[in-house]
Design a binder for this molecule. Structure first.
Ligand code: F6P
Length: 545
């Protein structure tokens, strides 16, 4: 069954939230903390090895209660049930959305169109396990008998970002294989990767759900040509494998049918790292850790599915985001992991969140009359503190920010970790408290600054504070905790899509540019520029001359 189509702005809760917003919009969080000594006690969630403190937000108990009523009125519970049950909730592509089945424990059947998909999932997992074991232990070797040393993942979007983020994120758990990623159709990207490689010891994993993506097919062909300068045609089967739903196209490319890892149309590209799209993850860290990552994600799935909304991490984070987006008019959210390992988390979630919720038509087919998808950006701390934090602290915009930190470092350097984490805590405190003119004046006095100099500088050194943050404190970066973290954001964006009454699982918005690029490419090839807008025609002529 399809998701219900309920315009959130027509709910009672929305109307009450709008009235409530007028009353509380100027309240400073420090007043809220002063008024309620139990605030943090109430506004945090402890789950497994996650602690989520959301008390540093511009919300009161009443705000949370109204947001929870909104979730009820849009029938979020019904939507969650349909999501996990494999109903056709990706209605515009006529598909279920079942990445959760990929990490299910296999004890229960999960049906798509009355077919239990669990046996096929298990079969593909076994294939991933066997293949990665054989490559890692050198049971399978390259065409000259040498063990594989390098793996190249050739894919783009969901067929690149997820595996690349996790391989980087789990670097600490990695084995001897060097895993590279080629995504851009930019030939320089491919050449820079190829120049590091020996064809005799390199395995290529072509990942494309559709196997029609221009970038991936172009890169795969270029790489095969490069490979054939050294290896013979028969060696291609040993060195190239593919992950796809399009078995026919993969076979036409010349890949051995045994070397195809299937996926299914009910797995969206941006949610596919849990499927065979994650083959390069399993190669990089071994199947055991790959499976631990799936298990961690499954635990988050169970939390999301079964926990009451007031204690449900993805639900609470989504509601807070809706509050800022739709009432404060906030446009973007930052995501700051305090670990260098997660430097690719924000780019990965940019696809997940913005490709999903960047929509302007409601599930009733009508244009929405409110804001949807948030803009996501971020970089690890502390680097980001020395880059864009100025704007978060003293700029004119409100940027709700997620701070993600870990109690333990992986290499165990206490000195570094305490310094890292003191910054982590200090930033959320500074964003909350700010600094008043009086405090700045006192500092100047203590430093014996000349009064006229102090007077001039005071306004520039004031911090208004009252900047919202969520703090996610996790015990340790492990395959399981990373799996749970990613699943948490997947569910958060799902809840937002349900509330905004949009279809989160299609991506028609990427099509127009692809279509135009195809016709422009043939115009460039023939040097025959067709009629475009004046600017594009002018630019194409300049490119050709
Ligand atoms: O450009 C959009 C998109 O369709 C993404 O949703 C997808 O992850 C990516 O292209 C790659 O698609 P494929 O795996 O079919 O090559």
């Amino acid at each position: 069954m399809a998701l219900k189509a309920i315009n959130p702005t027509e709910t009672e809760a929305w109307k009450k939230l709008a009235a409530h917003f007028e009353q509380v919009k100027n309240v400073h969080m420090h007043e809220l903390f002063k008024a309620d000594p139990l605030r943090t006690e109430k506004m945090h969630i402890e789950w497994n090895n996650f602690l989520v403190d959301y008390s540093k937000n511009r919300v009161s108990d009443e705000t949370i209660s109204l947001l929870l009523s909104l979730a009820k009125e849009v029938d979020l519970a019904d939507a969650i049930q349909k999501y996990f049950d494999g109903d056709c909730i990706n209605q515009t592509e006529n598909r279920a959305v079942l990445h959760t089945a990929l990490r299910a424990n296999g004890k229960e059947a999960i049906f798509v169109d009355s077919v239990n998909v669990m046996p096929e999932i298990t079969a593909v997992k076994n294939k991933i396990k066997q293949f990665s074991d054989e490559i890692i232990t050198a049971k399978r070797v390259g065409f000259t008998g040498k063990p594989f040393t390098d793996v190249v993942n050739i894919g783009i979007g969901g067929s690149d970002l997820g595996p690349a983020m996790i391989v980087e994120g789990l670097q600490f758990y990695k084995n001897h294989l060097n895993v590279h990623f080629v995504s851009n159709v930019d030939g320089d990207h491919v050449q820079e990767v190829l120049k590091q490689l020996n064809p005799e010891t390199t395995l290529f994993v072509i990942v494309s759900k559709t196997f029609t993506t221009q970038e991936t097919l172009t890169n795969a062909q270029t790489i095969r040509k490069w490979f054939l300068q050294t290896g013979k045609q028969e060696a291609v089967a040993q060195h190239f494998v593919a992950v796809s739903t399009n078995i026919q196209k993969v076979t036409e490319f010349g890949i051995n049918p045994d070397s195809i890892f299937p996926m299914w149309d009910w797995v969206g590209g941006r949610f596919s790292l849990w499927s065979a799209v994650g083959l390069s993850i399993s190669l990089a860290v071994g199947y055991k850790y790959f499976e631990e990552m799936l298990a961690g994600a499954n635990e988050m799935d169970q939390h999301f599915k079964n926990e009451s909304f007031d204690n449900n991490i993805p639900v609470i984070l989504a509601l807070l985001s809706v509050w800022y987006n739709n009432f404060y008019g906030v446009e973007s959210e930052a995501l700051i992991p305090y670990t260098q390992y997660l430097q690719k988390l924000a780019p990965y979630l940019q696809q997940g969140i913005m490709e999903s919720n960047g929509k302007c038509v409601g599930r009733d087919g009508k244009p929405v009359n409110y804001q949807t998808g948030t803009i996501i950006w971020g970089e690890p701390g502390t680097n980001s503190q020395h880059a864009f934090f100025q704007l978060i602290h003293q700029g004119t915009k409100i940027i709700p920010t997620d701070f993600i930190g870990f109690k333990q470092s992986l290499h165990g350097d206490k000195d570094h970790h305490d310094k890292l984490m003191s910054n982590f805590f200090a930033q959320t405190e500074a964003l909350l408290k700010g600094k008043t003119a009086d405090q700045v004046a006192d500092e100047f006095k203590a430093q014996n600054t000349l009064p006229e100099k102090a007077e001039f500088l005071i306004p520039f050194k004031v911090f208004q504070g009252n900047k919202p943050t969520n703090t996610l404190l996790i015990d340790k970066l492990t395959p399981a905790s990373l799996g749970a973290l990613v699943a948490m954001y997947e569910h958060k964006l799902f809840v937002q899509g349900v509330i905004w009454n949009i279809f989160s699982y299609d991506q028609w918005g990427v099509e127009l540019g692809k279509q135009l690029a195809t016709s422009i490419l043939s115009e460039i090839d023939t040097e025959n520029i067709a009629q475009h807008d004046a600017s594009t025609t002018f630019l194409l002529r300049k490119y050709l001359n």
